[in-house]
Design a protein around this ligand. Structure first.
Ligand code: ZN
Ligand code: ZN
Length: 416
C-alpha cells in the first residue's frame, strides 16, 4: 500500500509547477483554443492538475484527462475472464484519433510502476498488449506521423521511486526521484524555458551536421558489438524541438538528449550487445545479444528475460527489424546520474540506442510520405517500437559513405 498524499508532499512544489509549465509551453507549445488529451497514472494527479492550470492559462479549449491505476490493472489480471485479454477499448482509441484529427494536442504523464505485471501470466500480458497495440493503431499513427504537437513528461510515483531507490523509505525515494526528474527535465534552473531554447539549439547543430553528411550507414564497435546500421534512403536526423504537421513546434520528449533517424529495414548486419537492462512491461530483459542478417534478427539471446524478448520478436515481421537509431553522448546528464530509471523516457537518453519495430515517418527529408513510400525507402513497419541501449563510454561510431569510406562520429561514447 502507498499513501500518495504523503509521498506527493515530499516533492518540491515550485519545481513541480515549473515541470507543468515546461510541459505546456515547451513540450507542447499549446495554442489558444487547442484541446488537450492527457493520459496519466492517478497517482500523478498533483502534476496533472498543474498541467491543466497552465493549459487553460495558455488558452486551452478543453483539457480531457484519462487516468490509469495500478490496482485496477491488477484486478483485471487476477479476476477478468480469459476472453478479456484479447480485447481493448477500441472506442476510446478511435475517439482519441478523432480528437487528434480535430487538432487536439496529446500529453502523456509517465510514472507507472514498471514492474507492475512482473508476476502476471506472460501469455496474458502479451495478448493484452497485442490487442491494445492493434486497437491503438489509428491514434498512434497520428502521433508517429507527427500530425499534432505531443509531449511526454514524468512524475515520481511511489511505486516507481521504490524501484529506483529500493533501500530508501517512501518519502525519501520519491524526493530523490523527483530531483532526478527535475534535473533531467531542466526545471532545476531559474528559467527552464530559456534553458530548453539553448538545449534545442545545441541538438539542432548536431542534426544539421549529420544531415549534411547524409551517411549511407553507421558502424558501432565496442565490447560485444560490431554492427553496421544502414540508414534509410532520404533519411533525416531529428532531435529536440521539431515542427509537427499542424505547424506547431514542440518537444515530444521531456527530457531528451538524443538525435535519431530511420535505419534501413533490410540493411543491418552484424552483432550487438545491450549496455543497459531493458525494462519492458514488467520484465527486466538484460544482456541482450542479437545478430542481424539482411536487416533481420536471426539470433537473439538474453541473460535474463529471454522468453519475453523472443515473444516480442515474434509480434510481427517488423518486430525483428530496426525502426530507429539514436545517438546520445555518454556525458549526457542522465547517463552521468548513473541511475537505472526502468523507464525508456529516461534510460534511452542515457545512451545511444536502437529500436525494434515501427519507424518514425517524420525521419525523412520528404515530408508526407505514404506508408508505401516509407517502406520503399527502407522504413520499417510494426505494431511495436522498443528502444534498447547499445551505447557506452567504450563504443566508437563511424559514419560510412556508399563506398564504405569511414568518418568518425563518436569516439569512446563522445561526439568526435
Ligand atoms: Zn530514441
Ligand atoms: Zn524510440
Amino acid at each position: 500500500m502507498t499513501s500518495h498524499t504523503s509521498a506527493t508532499a515530499a516533492i518540491d512544489p515550485v519545481k513541480l509547477d515549473r515541470l507543468a509549465e515546461v510541459a505546456v509551453k515547451v513540450g507542447l507549445d499549446l495554442q489558444p483554443g487547442q484541446d488537450l488529451v492527457l493520459t496519466a497514472p492517478i497517482s500523478a494527479l498533483a502534476l496533472v492538475r498543474r498541467i491543466a492550470e497552465h493549459a487553460y492559462k495558455a488558452g486551452a479549449g478543453l483539457v480531457t484527462p484519462i487516468f490509469s491505476d495500478d490496482e485496477l490493472t491488477l484486478a483485471r489480471y487476477r479476476h477478468a475472464p480469459d476472453a478479456s485479454f484479447d480485447r481493448a477499448e477500441g472506442w476510446l482509441y478511435e475517439g482519441m484519433a478523432k480528437a487528434y484529427a480535430g487538432n487536439a494536442a496529446r500529453l502523456a504523464v509517465r510514472g507507472d510502476n514498471p514492474m507492475l505485471l512482473a508476476g502476471e501470466d506472460p501469455a496474458k500480458v502479451s495478448r493484452a498488449n497485442r490487442a491494445t497495440s492493434t486497437a491503438y493503431r489509428p491514434a498512434l499513427e497520428k502521433i508517429t506521423g507527427f500530425d499534432i504537437n505531443w509531449n511526454i513528461v514524468a512524475f515520481p510515483t511511489p511505486a516507481w521511486a521504490a524501484l529506483v531507490f529500493p533501500s530508501e523509505p517512501e518519502d525519501i525515494a520519491v524526493a530523490k526521484l523527483a530531483d532526478a526528474i527535475f534535473a533531467a527535465s531542466r526545471v532545476d534552473r531559474e528559467d527552464p524555458v530559456t534553458a530548453w531554447k539553448e538545449h534545442n539549439a545545441a541538438l539542432a547543430r548536431r542534426t544539421a551536421w549529420l544531415n549534411g553528411k547524409a551517411f549511407h550507414a553507421l558502424r558501432f564497435r565496442g565490447p560485444g558489438t560490431d554492427l553496421t546500421v544502414g540508414l534509410a534512403d532520404g533519411h533525416k536526423w531529428n532531435g529536440g524541438a521539431e515542427m509537427a504537421k499542424n505547424g506547431i513546434t514542440c518537444n515530444p520528449n521531456i527530457p531528451t538528449e538524443e538525435v535519431f533517424t530511420t535505419p534501413h529495414a533490410s540493411r543491418v548486419e552484424g552483432h550487438v550487445t545491450s549496455t543497459k537492462p531493458l525494462s519492458y512491461q514488467g520484465t527486466l530483459i538484460d544482456q541482450i545479444s542479437v545478430r542481424f542478417e539482411g536487416g533481420r534478427i536471426v539470433e537473439a539471446s538474453a541473460a535474463r528475460g529471454a522468453d519475453v524478448l523472443n515473444k516480442v520478436l515474434d509480434t510481427d515481421e517488423g518486430a525483428r527489424r530496426l525502426g530507429e537509431v539514436a545517438l546520445v553522448p555518454h556525458s549526457s546528464p542522465i547517463s552521468q546520474s548513473g541511475l537505472l530509471f526502468y523507464n525508456t523516457l529516461f534510460d534511452e537518453n542515457a545512451a545511444s540506442h536502437i529500436a525494434l519495430g515501427q519507424c518514425y515517418s517524420t525521419c525523412f527529408a520528404d515530408s508526407n510520405l505514404s506508408p508505401l513510400e516509407v517502406a520503399s525507402r527502407g522504413g520499417n513497419c510494426s505494431l511495436i517500437h522498443i528502444d534498447w541501449m547499445i551505447g557506452s563510454g567504450q563504443i566508437d561510431i563511424d559514419g560510412l559513405d556508399k563506398d564504405g569510406n569511414a568518418e568518425p562520429v563518436m569516439r569512446q561514447g563522445e561526439w568526435a
